[in-house]
Design a protein around this ligand. Structure first.
Ligand SMILES: O=C(O)[C@@H](CO)OP(=O)(O)O
Length: 230
């Protein structure tokens, strides 16, 4: 059976990972630690002789910068890269910017766990006056009003990531292209759920570390044979 290998990577530590704040589509930078995680990821890929032809990332600086640091380590900065809003982090609605511990003190641990890890409960939404409404950001000018998220559950994120995977990334892989995807904790959890057929109530337990290459071996139906971290 033909197997395919792809590599996923969550961005390195961001400023708001460090400050324990809900991030979502907020465009925060990598910390120095995040940059060095990305460098080590690139070195590990190099030591293990990984080769790539094409990359996908999100529209958010922390994933774009992580990818570029990894590619620099691999001497592959010249590779083509598609920047796709579908790979963005889950939009965290009105929670964006809030400290997670303070929010738990205010609303209770259980409510915050539901917002963070339930499959289909969305966070409180933003309205069009919010600085976190993506329709106010020129990078999302091509999205229709229906596509612009105002606060997503993991299920909502899954419903934009997986059609993009099936319609855009799978044909690219099938044309014999070795791909690298740099994205986010929850957009990658959605992809892992699909690739490994993880149940709705089990995906709560999957936590992806920042800046560590996640290797997937896929069968001819583009489903996981196995996955491991480098
Ligand atoms: O804040 C976020 O955007 C995400 C990822 O950092 O957090 P969580 O782990 O709560 O989904």
């Amino acid at each position: 059976m033909k197997t395919t290998r792809i590599v996923l990577i969550r961005h390195g530590q961001s400023q708001w990972n460090k400050e324990n704040r809900f991030t979502g589509w907020a465009n925060v930078p990598l910390t120095e630690q995040g940059k060095s995680e990305a460098q080590s990821a690139g070195q590990k890929l190099k030591e293990n002789n990984f080769k790539f032809d094409f990359c996908y990332t999100s529209m958010l600086n922390r994933a774009i910068n992580t990818l570029s640091i990894v590619l620099e380590e691999l001497d592959l900065l010249w590779l083509p890269v598609d920047h796709c809003w579908q790979l963005n982090e889950r939009h965290y609605g009105n929670l964006q910017g809030l400290n997670k511990a303070e929010t738990a003190e205010k609303f209770g641990d259980e409510q915050v766990f539901i917002w963070r890890r339930s499959y289909d409960t969305p966070p409180p939404t933003v309205d069009k006056t919010s600085p976190y409404y993506p329709g106010n950001d020129p990078r999302y000018a091509d999205l229709t009003v229906d596509e612009l998220p105002v606060g997503e559950s993991l299920k909502d994120t899954y419903e934009r990531v997986i059609p993009f995977w099936n319609d855009v990334i799978v044909p690219k892989i099938n044309s014999g292209t070795d791909i690298l995807i740099a994205a986010h904790g929850n957009s990658l959890r959605a992809l892992m759920k699909h690739l490994s057929d993880i149940a709705d109530d089990e995906i709560t337990q999957i936590e992806i570390p920042t800046g560590v290459p996640l290797v997937y071996e896929l069968d001819s139906n583009m489903k996981a044979i196995k996955y491991y971290y480098l």
